[in-house]
Design a protein around this ligand. Sequence first.
Ligand code: ZN
Length: 414
Amino acid sequence: MSKARYKALLLIADGMGDRPVPELDSKTPLEYASTPTLDRLAREGECGLMDPIAPGIRAGSDTAHLAILGYDPYKVYQGRGPFEALGIGMEVRGGDIALRCNFSTVDESLRVVDRRAGRITEGTRALAEAVNGIEIEGVQCYFKESVAHRGALVLRGENLSPHISDVDPHAEGEPIHESHALDPNDPNAIRTARVVNAFVKLSYERFKDHPVNQERRAQGLPPANIILPRGAGIAPVLQPFPERHGVSAVAVVETGLIRGIARFVGMDTMDAPRATGGVDTDMLSIAETLAEALRRYDFVLCNVKAPDLCGHDGNARLKAQVIERFDTLVARLLELYAEPFYLMVTADHSTPCSVRDHSGDPVPLLLYGPDLRGDEVLKYHEYACARGGMGRLRGGDLVPILTQLMGVQEKFGA
Ligand SMILES: [Zn+2]
């Protein structure tokens, strides 16, 4: 039985924040878009601006979501390896060591001919399966292919350390490096480097005459005959979100990266059946899944990817259209789930069309639900929200605001 008096949904439009766009009459895409539902919620609720990590910091979607879920990204994010692995759907547990990897081409003396194996696009899954799940010195080695020549290696076992050097020499014509402990007196790092070196050798043995590479040689393509790891990081041990807050929690997400982060903090995940993760995603399908999630869980996180993609493409008109469809998602959800609950709508960072990448600009924030003080904001966009009653917050402030309204937060003090 849940002790939550109210449920809550933290709804994140990825990269929605923007800057004024000349072709949109110098309005932001959110300001330009027609968003009657979000405007109504802004009128009836409370608004503000939010810095996902801190003012001016350009957040990635991974670090921003960690911050927004209440985990200090500067403590949690120790190397990209674990988040690279999470992003491609690998299971990563606290204490695991994860490394980013390339499928590469080496000659018989293990000299690098092509770090990206001719930017291989096909056959990497079969190669990955040839080395995934092997055990070296009692350490489980999980390997999965990602896009093109990329992949990730996860090591799970006792006495491991991320403090090891790269195997990838980061240059062609050079021999592959042996990984070694950064501190020669660190026995865990010595052991981890030994495991990584053994894994690399094994990948060469299993790949060099693999059918995928026989085929590539026949076509005159460089064989993907070795895995070169780099950028070791350790996945931290975190207190799971449900345990920390005494709530059941689920994430409705579209991308592997956010799904990985949600699982990593101990949230369940649900898929909207017709969500694509693209600009063509089915917003109404997401609304249906969110209504179901709210029936089953206390706390729901949702990330909708489309606005960020438009920002990266610099396509302001499409971004405004996508935001209009996002508004219909909210409208449909409120029809499907009519119980009082707390809804927070924000973004994980700004992706201005003029920048075509994430910026450090704060994002609009909206809180709607029963028994709020309210403020004088009438619309939901970057300028209107700047005058809102919640002022300017940081990502780490959001969950406490919600848990106190949900009635699950313990009093601090007498
Ligand atoms: Zn992005």
